[in-house]
Design a protein around this ligand. Structure first.
Ligand code: NAD
Length: 470
């Protein structure tokens, strides 16, 4: 108890000191020096590429992620984010001229981007490299200082993140604090200027509560039960190929993976048969032997997932190995909505397949759940998929594929309702981490007298002005 108290006291002191140093550094305005920022981002790019093999190794040690998946979903995305930031940072950080209001004539109007100050980024374990560094890039580009708290469940990657970032940034600009619930709880007691959290809905609510007393603005990147609606107008073989990729990449531990399928009854049997074939094509008869198939991050999550198989009809897979944290790609046929697998976000390689006859059935299933982070429709019927996009509320989505909306930095990435607050990527990431100041610069060469008292006989002229310019 005494030791625990001492450890907590040390963490609090350390955090206070780091924040204090970062605030002083922020006051020097060095974090807004674009050339300095570019230099550090270039150095970060070099450090990451120099340690490419170490990154592969760390992710492999953490949950046997393959080099290919590590490159496309961790390293590649981060490098693209750095490149886009380097290319556009000058434009993003300049005051943006906007159309002035005729009511203020004569004036010039601008939006100024101003960094918040000291930002806390809390990252999850499932894409432990990318989901930690991508928000850090945006926060730094926008001129903030950062404290990053990576996940405690992927300790090899978190240590490497610490090494890479420490080699690039002085601590007063960016510091990595490693730790779990205790450390994060203590960090959340401090006053931050912005908090960016990626993780579960339950912890997101804890973070929002901690931010409330200080009115700290925040982004919450959370999860949800992402539906995938499939009508009968597309080749089931193509659907199966794209679904097997989207569901089983990272062993299903992806916040935007399709959580469950809602398939038109007429093609369900064929789709299940094609899914089985595609799983075997991708990972072989025994996926445990495949170099491309990752593991579940820890035994607690494996137990959570295998528990979902208890009251379900497994039609493919279902094999697991506790010692190896392995769970095979698994298909479940027609689970009840109150079964374990349909209660919460699955976040693993289990794909429940439900069927529908009418659009009313689709509504009745989706209405069971909060607004999801991802949403997918496979259909060649434009009217149908447009109706689905417009009818349901969700973070973002892809038609005729899964997850690929994440890869376009021109699209906002974020949730709505229970799946999150706010969005980022590309320019939006920069905007997320900057307060926008609206500025009017009034001209002095003309001073229209209308607005000044006394107002006698001016009301009609005012109405006309509003009609014209308002
Ligand atoms: P998590 O919520 O358990 O942990 C996220 C972070 O919060 C970690 O750094 C952890 O140390 C910290 N944390 C955990 N418990 C805490 C507590 N009680 N108090 C304070 N801090 C605490 O999430 P996870 O298991 O790492 O990730 C999985 C979840 O994240 C899934 O729900 C998934 O959908 C979601 N996710 C969302 C996105 C997105 O971009 N929207 C991306 C990846 C994952």
């Amino acid at each position: 108890m005494e030791r625990m108290y001492e450890k907590n006291r040390r963490i609090i002191m350390e955090a206070k000191l780091i924040i204090e140093n970062q605030r002083q550094y922020f006051q020097t305005r060095a974090t807004r020096d674009i050339e300095l920022l570019k230099g550090r981002l270039i150095k970060l790019r070099v450090e990451i590429l120099n340690r490419e093999n170490a990154i592969y190794e760390a992710l492999y040690k953490d949950f046997k992620k393959s080099k290919f998946e590590t490159y496309f979903s961790e390293i590649g995305i981060v490098i693209s984010e750095i490149d886009a930031t380097l290319k556009h940072i000058n434009t993003w950080s300049k005051p943006k001229k906007v159309r002035a209001s005729g009511l203020n004539f004569p004036s010039r109007d601008y939006i100024y981007s101003e960094p918040y100050g000291c930002v806390l980024v809390i990252a999850p374990w499932n894409y432990p490299f990318q989901l930690a560094i991508a928000p850090v890039i945006s926060a730094i580009a926008a001129g903030n200082t950062v404290v990053l708290k990576p996940s405690e469940h992927t300790r090899h990657t978190s240590q490497l993140l610490d090494d890479i970032l420490t080699a690039v940034f002085p601590t007063e600009h960016l510091t990595v604090i490693q730790g779990g619930v205790t450390e994060t709880t203590l960090l959340l007691k401090e006053r931050w200027d912005y908090i960016f959290f990626t993780g579960s809905v339950a912890v997101g609510k804890i973070v929002a509560k901690a931010a409330a007393p200080f009115l700290t603005p925040l982004t919450l990147e959370l999860g949800g039960k992402n539906p995938c609606i499939i009508d009968s107008t597309m080749s089931t073989q193509l659907i199966a190929k794209r679904l097997v990729w989207g569901k089983f990449v990272n062993a299903g531990q992806t916040c935007i993976a399709p959580d469950y399928l809602l398939v038109h009854t007429s093609i369900k049997a064929q789709l299940i048969s094609d899914l089985k074939l595609e799983i075997i094509k991708a990972y072989g008869e025994n996926p445990q032997e495949s170099e491309d198939y990752p593991r579940i991050v820890n035994s607690k999550n494996l137990a959570r997932l295998t528990n979902m198989l208890q009251d379900s009809e497994v039609v493919f897979g279902g094999v697991f190995d506790t010692d190896d944290c392995y769970l095979a790609p698994t298909l479940i046929d027609e689970p009840a909505l109150d079964s374990e697998v349909m209660k919460d976000e699955i976040f693993g390689p289990i794909l429940p397949i439900l069927s529908y006859e009418t659009e009313k059935d689709i509504h009745s299933v989706l209405s069971h759940y909060d607004k999801p982070l991802g949403f997918y429709v496979f259909s060649n019927n434009t009217t149908f998929y447009k109706k689905m996009i417009e009818t349901f509320s969700f973070g973002g989505g892809t038609i005729n594929d899964t997850m690929i909306h994440f890869g376009n930095p021109n699209l906002p990435f974020g949730g709505v309702g229970e799946s999150g607050i706010g969005a980022y990527h590309g320019r939006l990431g920069f905007d997320t981490f900057s307060h926008k100041k609206g500025i009017v610069i009034k001209g002095n060469w003309l001073d229209i007298p209308l607005r000044y008292a006394p107002y006698t006989n001016k009301l009609n002229a005012l109405k006309k002005l509003f009609k014209f310019f308002g």
